[in-house]
Design a binder for this molecule. Sequence first.
Ligand SMILES: *Cc1c(COP(=O)(O)O)cnc(C)c1O
Ligand SMILES: [Zn+2]
Length: 410
Amino acid sequence: MSERYYLTCIGCGSKYDPNNIIYKCYRCGDLLSVEYSGEVMKAEIASKWNLRDFTVWRYAELLPVSDKSKIVSLGEGGTSLNKCVRLGCEASLKNIYVKNEGENPTGSFKDRGMTVGVTKALELGMKRVACASTGNTSASLAAYAARAGLECMVLIPSGKVAFGKLIQAIVHGAKVIQVKGNFDEALKIVEEICATQPVYLLNSINPYRLEGQKTIAFEIWDQLHHNVPDKVIVPVGNAGNISAIWKGFKELYAAGLTEKLPEMIGIQAEGAAPIATFIRERLEKIRFVEKPETVATAIRIGSPVNWKKAVRAIEESNGLAETVSDEEILSAQRLLAQREGIFVEPAGAAAVAGLIKLADMKLIDRDEVVVCILTGHGLKDPDIILKQFSKPVEIEADIGALIKMLSLNP
Ligand SMILES: *Cc1c(COP(=O)(O)O)cnc(C)c1O
Ligand SMILES: [Zn+2]
């Protein structure tokens, strides 16, 4: 067994060799997590971080890769953290930041996970990779598989994937298969294939992917000059990302690099909110949503595979979960574009929609430092914009026409 890290079950605590091709605990079927030995969790791990580029691999000491010469990377991570004064004013808040994950190579945070997950596929000797996807996972996996020279298969729900994302999977040469069903159904099939065939599964049930995504926490800490925010707001679909980010902050804490932890706030769309409902209504048992619906297709998920990890993240951190309507999501998308110059896809805007709602409910203090994770780029889903705005005016190509038009619309 590798000395530095191993896999452990979040349910029964069983430990597994990290070189097993395994996605769930053999004993109890629960989710797996990558853990690092006590030797690793020391403040010295950060001593080299400042000397490296600002990418996911800056934090190599806390990433589960044994042979660094085989890393499959497109320079992912190192996204900007923007202070939003105009947006903050709107919500009467003074310290609002947004982390723009749309700046990643394929336009979403999924790239952070895929650089680690696809590197792991190579390490494990796999030749084929697969995922089910609402769009961004397939776009990202297709790109990283191309870079690694691996065969890639992606299953997407028919007609429910944003145009830009579909194009990405196609251009990178993945075998794209449309499933007549929703994401949850597509995932079920691909999980079964990967359990019986030599195909490596790269959905967020894969614990290595989440290791890459936890670097969002490390970067926020770096960008806030080694401070941790009061609250981090994350859109939640399959719930891997909020779990990963929380894990990242906890590791900084365990290594003695921070004495504080943020509250994790999960935002779901009203029509796809099993986790928010579970937490808010203090249910005994989670109720999955059979037919999830929302304009934010990236979080249109009814049975989130990582729900247990996410509920833990929210509860351990004293955080909360909230829902937002499609209207609130689209309004936040326009606000970000028109007040801050940042264009995100609807799911990416869900965090800001949540921020505004929580500020209205007085659940965020004026001085608190809040970071919203903008999960994906706006160009992924152009149709949703065309539906909301009217077509630009058209004039004859002469100055008279322009002057006339301007005087009519002063
Ligand atoms: C994948 C994705 C999400 C949801 O992340 P989970 O880890 O599934 O909760 C949110 N927004 C965008 C843009 C995504 O691509
Ligand atoms: Zn177990």
